[in-house]
Design a protein. Structure first.
Length: 160
């Protein structure tokens, strides 16, 4: 194991006497990476942070997905991520983004429907269907002009 003397000390013997030398290589016997902190490389230190056990005897695995063949049937291209080639990976990402935006759109529509149902009370009279509004409704609308214009402005502000 190589050691580095603390800066500012000219005499290596003094540094050795006071045990002021620090390792430059990871404490793991199977790892040759430089020390990041706590006598461990960045990978072993992160493993220790996650699991509270650095497992120094276990080497840090290199990514197996890079350089292998795409997992899509019939595709022979080299992988980019998640064992997929660049085009299959991008297609999967786009599908995931579209799915998420579709879910947001459905949630927005459900919210609008719930708010509209809460706004309008169930009644078969010709009065405005907003609770505690007795203004007569004209035509086929179920809201008076004031509440209809408020609802229409609100609805317009909710759509992107």
């Amino acid at each position: 194991m190589a050691t580095v003397v603390m800066p500012g000390l000219d005499d290596e013997a003094v540094a050795e006497a006071y045990n002021l030398t620090y390792p430059t290589v990871c404490a793991s016997p199977v790892c040759e990476r430089p020390v990041y902190t706590a006598k461990m490389c960045r990978s072993h230190y992160r493993r220790w942070q996650r699991t509270k056990d650095a497992k120094l005897h276990v080497p840090i695995a290199l990514s197996t997905s890079k350089g292998s063949i795409c997992r899509q049937a019939g595709c022979q291209r080299v992988t980019k991520a998640f064992r997929l080639c660049k085009s299959h990976y991008n297609n999967a990402r786009i599908r995931a983004i579209n799915w998420a935006s579709d879910q947001k759109e459905l949630a927005r529509e459900r919210s609008l429907l719930r708010s509209r149902q809460a706004l309008v009370k169930k009644s078969s009279s010709s009065a405005c269907r907003v609770a505690q509004c007795s203004v007569q409704v004209k035509g086929r609308r179920e809201l008076c002009n004031k509440h209809y214009s408020r609802y229409y402005r609100w609805l317009a502000s909710q759509t992107p």
